[in-house]
Ligand binder design. Structure first.
Ligand code: C2E
Length: 892
């Protein structure tokens, strides 16, 4: 680029200014019109279209186009003239402020100026001469004019087709000019050349088809060609796009970072430095002002015939950028997440060197992220070689298998021990190849501690749930679990086991008489004693209140269990020390063992329990081995129990009445109500066969209630029917279990409307002694309600009269075993006599049970016994028979 025109081409603004200045000079300056025309004509001689415009200007000035032809026709002479003019100007030392009047001088100046325009480089001498000859203002104007001319020429050189296409009047004028002066045609060149496409049509189609936008810009940065993609992307039609400049393209354009594109864009650099510009992300504005993100590249074009200086390619990267942005955002989010989370992150390459880490892990090693990069595990924790080794093994495993590995482990880092949960996962490249591993670890110390505490608590609570808090022995649940294990072991061929069920005899008495805390101490002391009696492999448990169980997991036969029972019984011959007192106690032991072929643990314990009850029944302080008979008995008991339940539902019971005779008058003083069961298959069943079972199962409560209501009601009906016999009383047996429901007695009386004093409740001596406290309270309550209480079966239990005064009983019934023995030989007679005397001394009447003979009757009468009851008078009879007795004037 000639230095003379540099300002105009260096900066578009300058060019624009020059353009305006030149137009101003062209139209307003005092240069002669012909000078102007010649200047332009010469400058634009290669620009046919420019000449057209020039011709228009000539027309406006009133000149015929033909007037300039002579100058154009003589280029050679023109150059010579120019050289002459230059010499003249140099010699004349002119200082012109206005254009000279002298036509020769004028002509000289004009030709000199034209020389600059036509050949700026070559006209350097002339320019210097001109500058010397003209005032600076005049010289500037002249320069501007020359720049204008040069600019126009260059413009039209680059846009021959464009100029014709966009300016139809120009084309018309062109045609007119050629008609007027056909000689101009050689200056315009071939009009077809102007419309000639820049590239071959096939290539043009190809260019149009490519998805990349292609623009060609001329040396001044104006678009001279665009393909369809570029037009579509930028939203301009081809016409609108043609002629847009770099400025237009870059107006409102943004850099990749969203900042305005700085001056000196790659397009301009390419244009000016003729160097290819690598792709750059630029946001261009479309015709609608929207932002189009492109990858913009430019290459210089060498010697293009059509004036194209650079080729620009535009690739729409909007979608890609969105994805990239999303990826970036996701990456940022990931980073934020990683940094904000409590996760330790390390990424290792295949060789075990760190290439990524987060701040948290850096902090853990009192380091920085940068410092960690490039380090190996060994560098990281030189004092933990085993840990490093373990992790390296994990890395190898993960990289080989491609599957992540998670572990929780305790690690000591810098003297601090903590629990960490870490996961090692493989890292892969786009092809799926494992490129390294990522370790994500979390400090789980707090969680772990909480877990340990929780587990300890759970274990404690499980221990509690399986242990008795008082004796600290395993409880029933624990015993049953172990029993289940033992049962399974036996099924798998392991040796037999035995179970002992131990129950303290009369423990309730201890509780009631010595207090519950003494009872507790007794249990603790007894538990210790048991512990001393069993082996380390044996299981001792407290099954319930005063019931203990022993599981002997390895026995040859039942005798092994018997030996243990004997040992315990022998130990109990000595008193148990309870702090400040010593207490004698005994136990009843039931034994069973697995050789009996058990299927269920409940059955084992049930049978041991059955045997234990048998031991109790047989006098306590002993053991009983469960056997087949007992089993049959147990089965029979079960059958009986279910039959009883059915009997209650269907009311298969009946009350029989046995008269009680006044031994003085010989008349019936009352009846004892005795229960009978009309069994559907077994016929009449006596109470001895089912009362025990009813008591054990608690069924005695509904049965007893029924008897009470039935008997009270019956007696009340007899009272009503035989009013003169209203002194008749009814005796009803009361079970110990019924003590708990004294209200039922009041209820029965209330419902039957029987006078309370007509009801006598028989309570056995053993029941009283089983629970003396409750018995005493009940008897006292009954007394207050005017219900009489009798001691039943006296002599079979404690046989002690000493306690009787503690209970406000009305009478006692001497057991029939004593009566039957006061036969003709008089055995027991003295005992009975003593009982009668003592009872009288305590203010109680006496009823003799089981009177079967006249001799017994006579002896009892002689002893002063008030009442008698027995087969001698009558067996227990049905209601109807009993009534007939009453109606027969009360003699049985
Ligand atoms: N060998 C002989 N026996 C005689 C003679 N006189 C009466 N007996 C029998 O002696 C038992 C007297 O009843 P217990 O001592 O209260 O003894 C009763 C009583 O303890 C209980 N029992 C009967 N009914 C009930 C009831 O409704 N409730 C409760 N809880 N127990 C009842 O069943 C036991 C047996 O009742 P039973 O079989 O009816 O037997 C009756 C009666 O039939 C005699 O001269 N010789």
């Amino acid at each position: 680029m000639p230095a003379f025109f540099e300002p105009a081409f260096a900066c578009p603004d300058t060019l624009a200014d020059l353009w305006h200045a030149a137009r101003h000079a062209y139209l307003d300056c005092p240069l002669p019109a012909v000078f102007k025309e010649l200047t332009l004509l010469l400058a634009l001689r290669r620009a046919g279209a420019g000449l057209v415009e020039h011709a228009l200007a000539l027309t406006r000035l009133g000149l015929a186009p033909a007037a300039v032809l002579s100058a154009l026709d003589e280029p050679r002479a023109f150059v010579d003239q120019l050289a002459a003019a230059r010499d003249v100007l140099r010699e004349q030392h002119l200082h012109l402020e206005t254009w000279p009047e002298d036509p020769v001088l004028r002509d000289m100046l004009m030709r000199c100026g034209l020389a600059f325009a036509a050949d700026p480089q070559g006209g350097a001498d002339g320019r210097a001469a001109l500058a010397a000859a003209l005032t600076p203002a005049l010289y500037t104007r002249w320069t501007a004019l020359a720049a204008y001319a040069r600019g126009r020429a260059a413009w039209f050189e680059l846009h021959p087709d464009l100029a014709q296409r966009i300016d139809p009047p120009l084309v018309e004028t062109h045609a007119w000019l050629l008609r007027e002066a056909p000689g101009l045609a050689r200056h315009f060149g071939d009009p077809a050349v102007g419309a000639r496409p820049l590239v071959a049509p096939a290539l043009l189609r190809l260019i149009d088809a490519v998805p990349t936008g292609i623009l060609q810009l001329d040396a001044r940065g104006a678009i001279v060609m665009s393909n369809t993609t570029a037009q579509r992307l930028l939203g301009h039609g081809p016409e609108a796009l043609a002629g847009l400049t770099i400025d237009d393209l870059e107006r409102g354009a943004l850099r990749d970072d969203g900042q305005p594109l700085a001056p000196g864009s790659p397009l301009r650099r390419c244009l000016e430095q003729h160097k290819p510009q690598p792709p750059l992300t630029v946001g261009l504005r479309t015709a609608r002002g929207e932002l189009l993100w492109t990858s913009l590249a430019a290459v210089p074009l060498a010697d293009d015939d059509h004036g194209a200086a650079i080729m620009v390619t535009l690739v729409d990267i909007g979608e890609r950028r969105k994805i990239e942005r999303a990826l970036q955002e996701s990456e940022i989010k990931y980073q934020l997440l990683v940094e904000a989370s409590d996760v330790f992150l390390l990424c290792f390459d295949r060789d075990g060197f760190i290439f990524h880490a987060n701040a948290l892990i850096a902090g853990l090693f009192s380091s920085t992220v940068d410092d960690l990069i490039g380090k190996s595990l060994g560098d990281l924790a030189p004092d933990l070689p085993e840990l490093a080794e373990a992790y390296l093994a994990r890395f190898a495993q993960v990289m080989e298998g491609g599957i992540g590995v998670s572990v929780e482990e305790m690690i000591e880092v810098r003297g601090k021990t903590g629990w960490f949960s870490s996961t090692v996962v493989p890292l892969r490249d786009f092809d799926g190849q494992v490129t390294g591993v990522q370790v994500v670890a979390r400090d789980i110390t707090r969680r772990r501690r909480a877990e340990i505490a929780l587990r300890a608590r759970e274990e404690r609570s499980r221990h509690d749930s399986l242990h008795d808090p008082l004796t600290r022995l395993p409880n029933r649940q624990a015993f049953m679990e172990k029993l289940e294990t033992a049962l399974q072991a036996v099924r798998q061929g392991r040796p037999a086991f035995a179970v002992l069920c131990l129950d303290l005899d009369r423990f309730k008495n201890v509780n009631d008489s010595l207090g519950h805390s003494t009872g507790d101490r007794l249990l603790i002391s007894f538990a210790r004693l048991l512990q001393d009696c069993v082996g380390p492999d044996d299981l001792l448990a407290r099954l319930s209140g005063d019931e203990f169980g022993v599981l002997l997991p390895n026995v040859q036969d039942a005798s092994d269990a018997i030996r243990v029972a004997d040992r315990i019984l022998a130990q109990l011959k000595r008193p148990l020390s309870l702090r400040d007192q010593e207490v004698y106690t005994s136990i009843s032991v039931g034994i069973t063992w697995s050789a009996l072929g058990y299927e269920r643990t409940e059955d084992i314990l049930r049978d041991a329990d059955t045997a234990m009850h048998r031991a109790k029944r047989r006098g306590k302080s002993r053991y009983e081995l469960f056997d087949a008979d007992m089993h049959a008995e147990a089965v029979a008991q079960l059958t009986l129990e279910s039959d009883l339940r059915r009997a209650i539902e269907r009311v298969e019971f009946e009350v029989y009445y046995q008269p009680v005779i006044d031994l003085v008058s010989g008349q019936i003083s009352g009846f004892e109500a005795l229960l009978r069961w009309n069994h559907p298959t077994r016929g009449l069943v006596l109470p001895g066969e089912f009362i025990g079972c009813a008591e054990e199962t608690g069924l005695i409560i509904p049965i007893g209630e029924w008897v009470l209501r039935e008997a009270c009601g019956q007696m009340q009906r007899w009272h009503a029917k035989y009013p003169h016999r209203e002194a008749l009383s009814i005796s009803v047996n009361l079970s110990g279990k019924q003590f708990a429901q004294p209200a039922l007695i009041a209820k029965a009386l209330h419902e039957s409307m029987l006078v309370p004093s007509s009801l006598k409740l028989e309570i056995t001596e053993s029941v009283i002694m089983e629970d003396p406290k409750t018995a005493s309270e009940l008897i006292e309550q009954l007394r207050r309600e005017q219900v009489h209480s009798y001691v039943d079966d006296f002599g079979t239990g404690y046989s002690s009269l000493s306690y009787l005064h503690r209970f406000p009983m009305s009478a006692l019934k001497i057991d029939r075993s004593f009566i039957s023995n006061i036969g003709p030989d008089g055995e027991n007679a003295e005992i009975v006599r003593t009982i009668v005397t003592l009872a009288h001394n305590l203010g109680m009447s006496v009823i003799a049970e089981g009177v079967e003979t006249r001799a017994q009757l006579d002896l009892l009468a002689e002893m002063g016994c008030e009442f008698g009851q027995g087969y001698f008078f009558s067996r227990p009879v049905s209601r109807g028979v009993a009534e007939s007795m009453i109606s027969r004037d009360c003699k049985p």
